[in-house]
Write a protein that binds this ligand. Structure first.
Ligand code: ZN
Ligand code: MN
Length: 131
């Protein structure tokens, strides 16, 4: 019974993540999942998110702001993070094989992938600066 309940929560957590594209933290998902499961704890949300990552159903992003962000899109893709507001956007560009090739020149083993985050100031924060 307990197992069933946990998996229902996990499904709701995944559905919640799939419905948004802002790469939320566990706290942000916790805030919205609590509307459906008022007694759920942040720890349970966090545990389920990490389990979903282990199962390969979602991916975890570590952009250097100290928080884990989650993404229901598990396909390899690049992200842009705003230094000012911390928002994370998807970049619909192709994954660069060239970066692997450049790095390969310095590695005796075999490089098969890379993770790169782009940083700067987002459009909204740019507008705030000029207005
Ligand atoms: Zn911003
Ligand atoms: Mn993404």
């Amino acid at each position: 019974m307990k197992q069933l309940k946990y998996s229902r929560q996990r499904e709701s957590i995944k559905a919640c993540l799939m419905a948004r594209h802002d790469h939320p933290t566990a706290d942000a998902i916790y805030a919205s999942i609590r509307e459906e499961f008022p007694n759920i704890s942040l720890g349970t949300v966090y545990r389920n998110l990490n389990l979903l990552v282990e199962l390969g159903e979602i991916q975890k992003l570590r952009c250097g702001d100290g928080a884990d962000h989650f993404d229901a899109d598990t396909r390899p893709h690049y992200h842009f993070m705003c230094r000012e507001c911390g928002c994370i956007e998807d970049l619909p560009m192709e994954i660069s094989q060239e970066i692997n090739d450049l790095a390969q020149e310095h590695v005796h083993g075999k490089i098969d992938s890379h993770i790169t985050y782009f940083y700067g100031v987002c459009e909204n924060c740019m507008k705030k600066k000029t207005s």
